[in-house]
Design a protein around this ligand. Sequence first.
Ligand SMILES: [Zn+2]
Length: 385
Amino acid sequence: MLLSALLLVLSPVLSAYAAPAAAHDSHDHEHTTAQRLPAAWYQPRGHPVHQLFSRATTDGVSYPAVGTPEWSQGWPQGVPDNTKLPSAWVNALNAAVAAGKIPNIPQSSNQPNQNPVYPQGLNPNSPEICSATYKCRNPEDIWDAPNGTYATSFDDGPQPASATLLDFMSANNVTGTHFMIGTNILNNPDTFAKAFNLNHDIAVHTWTHPYMTTLSNLDVLGQLGYTMQLIHNSTGGRVPRFWRPPYGDSDNRVRAIAAEVFGLQTVVWNQDTNDWAISTNGNTVDKVVSTLTGYLTGPKTPGLIILEHEIVDGTVQAWINAFPMIKANGWNMISLAKIVDGRSYQNAAGSSSDDVEPGDILVGDENNSTDTSDDGDDSSSNATS
Ligand SMILES: [Zn+2]
């Protein structure tokens, strides 16, 4: 009864990605454990994200193996067409707008690689807009790590250069949070799987890396939703908890869509080495290491969230060169997605060692909570939205 209701809810979202059982191939043996979802949801039962990415008996067993033809089919090849978004996402957005949860802020506009600007007369630092591009800090967003903590994260992966980074981190027994671009996941499935299987945390960095405040509500929805869906389908059903806006460009409208529809918390940064410019010869490995040295030998209040990238060998090498200074200067190093309370995903607590059998946990709607195995109920939730 509950299951059938659940599948009805799921079908609009999942139909495009439904995987034949035959999609499982010999790659599966290495994913079997990790694909099981640990623990439970930690959102209020009524949050739309439950319906959009429900945990079902099929989670962890019915998605195509990462990298197979079935896995890569059916996704937008570039900017998502906002007339073809899953209706469940659009309905959730419309409900949030109708409930007054999405501020009615005009879209910004920009020239290529320039900061977005709002229509004349609107102050990006006003409480109504609060643009992160202009360093307005909405208190619901994450900008700082706890004192003394170095929160590890890398943007724009997975890329070919990511493999070197992952090997280095594995050899040093550390993990990090990877804010991934959806189309990069499609293009680098092996590196994606490597990161996930090494217990790194996967977070959202949009589908094609746009300035998000320049987009319509529907385009914001597509950029976040497809990336959520691909990560969900590729991690045994995990639902990302954090997203980072490309260029740090978010405002109260964009962050509300992320939070109210998808349950995502926005993460920015408090230091920036401009390491990305190594890829355009606008910066050098040595200069980035020098900048990192300044941060790592500097004050520990607040803790560090440094914008760093895994886009090319040089950006990875700069971080590798600076790595010994993290420990040498006494920083508590932790994957960024774990700095709030250790939970990296919305519907999974802890690590794969907390595995439960697929299907042990079912989440229905508010009126259909008869399942006894759900230990992610409201009383134990620690909602972030
Ligand atoms: Zn980026």
